[in-house]
Design a protein around this ligand. Structure first.
Ligand SMILES: CC(C)(COP(=O)(O)OP(=O)(O)OC[C@H]1O[C@@H](n2cnc3c(N)ncnc32)[C@H](O)[C@@H]1OP(=O)(O)O)[C@@H](O)C(=O)NCCC(=O)NCCS
Length: 282
């Protein structure tokens, strides 16, 4: 099959929607695309000097990758002492020494004593510690950590490298809680029992601890933890990492500023668009 024929076939199959399920010809086309991706014959984006960005996205290739998720069914991948389950269309690649690629061992782990609901997706490497609760439809992306006892709601996206702190001791300390439909952006850190209410969005790089004041520009308030309550991010707040000037002492004299999370808005249609997850990846 030439690349042009492959493109034509993939585009036709993608347009066919759910009717491709169980179609062996569709699976064959997808496997041909997967092989071509592995050999580098096709790419999802290619350099293109004529494009303003210097790159051209090959939409049909991305469509074909999504087709693989649609066609795939869950299958067990045995490995010594560990268990993996994923779409059978995307097994782990196998390399040989002759390929000249170093693949250092490592991966994901969910510790006994963690609740992980059906429909949760764990992208390697990630870790869910004992006592954590991860509810239905949540995505735990690469390098994300769900610390011990942290509570993660439904349809949450813990993006790449998001760190959700754990707390085992003191035993009465409340864990970090991330409620339903929250997006925790890449490289965020939520620690010390902070609560992120439903639908909130933490932009990449937002760090929340007990001692971090959060500046709500919409309501003109400063949110802090109190003796009785942890730091609480309100429902649907969109929090981005910002900074605030130090207003006294040496800090002021030296013109320093400190990190300050800022609520720039409350969730709207644009936020929904920015945070929409590709359902086919589930
Ligand atoms: C927060 C986020 C979802 C954008 O939400 P949005 O509702 O579309 O936000 P808007 O574009 O309307 O921005 C609102 C304001 O916040 C500012 N803002 C938005 N994102 C920001 C960010 N990450 N850092 C600083 N400021 C930001 C905008 O400039 C705008 O301010 P302005 O009106 O003064 O220009 C997006 O920035 C983000 O962080 N997404 C998560 C990315 C990620 O981690 N993905 C996971 C990969 S695995």
């Amino acid at each position: 099959m030439t690349i042009d024929q492959m493109q034509e076939t993939i585009e036709r199959l993608c347009a066919a929607g759910a009717s491709v399920l169980g179609d062996s010809a569709a699976m064959a086309a997808f496997l041909a695309l997967r092989e071509a991706l592995e050999t580098g014959e096709v790419r999802a984006a290619s350099p293109d000097p004529a494009s303003p960005s210097g790159w051209r996205v090959n939409a049909w290739v991305k469509q074909g990758i999504l087709l693989g998720f649609r066609l795939g069914v869950l299958e067990e991948f045995p490995a010594a002492g560990l268990s993996f389950v994923d779409k059978n269309t995307y097994p782990a690649r196998h390399f040989r020494a002759g390929d000249g690629v170093r693949v250092v061992p490592g991966g994901s782990s969910v510790r006994a004593g963690a609740y992980v609901a059906r429909g949760v997706v764990c992208m390697p490497p990630m870790y869910i510690n004992a006592g954590a609760w991860v509810d239905e439809g949540t995505m735990v992306d690469s390098h994300a950590l769900v610390g011990s006892c942290a509570q993660i709601g439904k349809r949450v996206h813990l993006s790449a490298a998001a760190q959700i702190g754990g707390v085992l001791e003191p035993v009465n300390a409340s864990p970090v809680i991330i409620e339903d439909d929250v997006l925790v952006g890449g490289n965020c850190g939520v620690y010390e029992g902070a609560i992120v209410r439903k639908g909130a969005v933490l932009a990449s790089g937002t760090i929340l601890t007990r001692g971090t004041p959060v500046f709500d520009l919409v309501n003109g308030t400063i949110i802090r933890a109190t003796d009785d309550l942890p730091l609480i991010i309100p429902e649907n707040a969109v929090v981005v990492p910002g900074s605030r000037a130090v207003s006294k002492g040496k800090g002021q004299e030296w013109g320093l500023s400190l990190y300050a999370p800022v609520i720039v808005k409350y969730r709207d249609e644009k936020t929904d668009l920015s945070t929409t997850l590709e359902e086919l990846l589930r």
